[in-house]
Design a protein around this ligand. Structure first.
Ligand code: IMP
Ligand code: MG
Length: 172
């Protein structure tokens, strides 16, 4: 891709995801772990992460949409809910990127309302300077500044999700 500048290489992604998988495997040993991916962006990270977790776990997906009218209201709707019962289970929500935090905040609220025993947030990327709601990543691979990035599941207008590294779109 000649209009994408590589920021995080495929090799670095692999190392970071494997390290995180080991940490999660230690933290959740002996627990009933459920991993919930947030569609669509998390599908590649989740696929790599669960294979780096050496524990039995169940996997499900949710999808959320930010309401975007003329002026962004910040309202988030859950458009696809989970099918697995999370009551009294330890849940990790997996996202591609934690940006303003609104999406993950809404998803975590939904899961807590379903009586999950614990809900933790795991984002591949964390952009802490962009946060507008009170939520932190319990687990993340890389913190980045306020740049719009693509690849490894992240899109710009539904493009670039299949790029195997993280990059920045160069506007010409
Ligand atoms: P939040 O609700 O503002 O935290 O937004 C989370 C969602 O915004 C992510 O799941 C992404 O789909 C999208 N997003 C935020 N920053 C980026 C970016 O740099 N590149 C691509 N998508 C992004
Ligand atoms: Mg997205």
């Amino acid at each position: 891709m000649d209009n994408i500048r590589e920021l995080i290489s495929k090799k670095d992604i692999e190392n970071e995801v494997n390290k995180l998988g080991e940490i999660i495997s230690k933290d959740y040993a002996g627990k009933d772990l459920i991993v919930i991916g947030v569609l669509k962006g998390a599908f590649i990270f989740l696929a790599d992460l669960v294979r780096a977790i050496s524990l039995p776990c169940q996997i499900d997906f949710m999808q959320a949409q930010s309401y975007s009218g003329v002026k962004s209201t910040g309202i988030v709707n859950i458009t696809k809910d989970i099918e697995i019962d999370v009551t009294e289970k330890d849940v990790i929500v997996v996202e591609d990127i934690l940006d303003t935090g609104r999406t993950l905040y809404a998803i975590c609220e939904t899961l807590m309302a379903k009586q999950a025993k614990s809900v933790k947030v795991c984002a591949f990327l964390d952009k802490p300077s962009r946060r507008v709601v009170d939520i932190q990543a319990d687990y993340y691979c890389v913190q980045i500044p306020d740049n719009f990035v693509v690849g490894y599941g992240l899109d710009y207008d539904e493009q670039y999700r299949n790029i195997p590294y993280i990059g920045q779109v160069i506007q010409d």
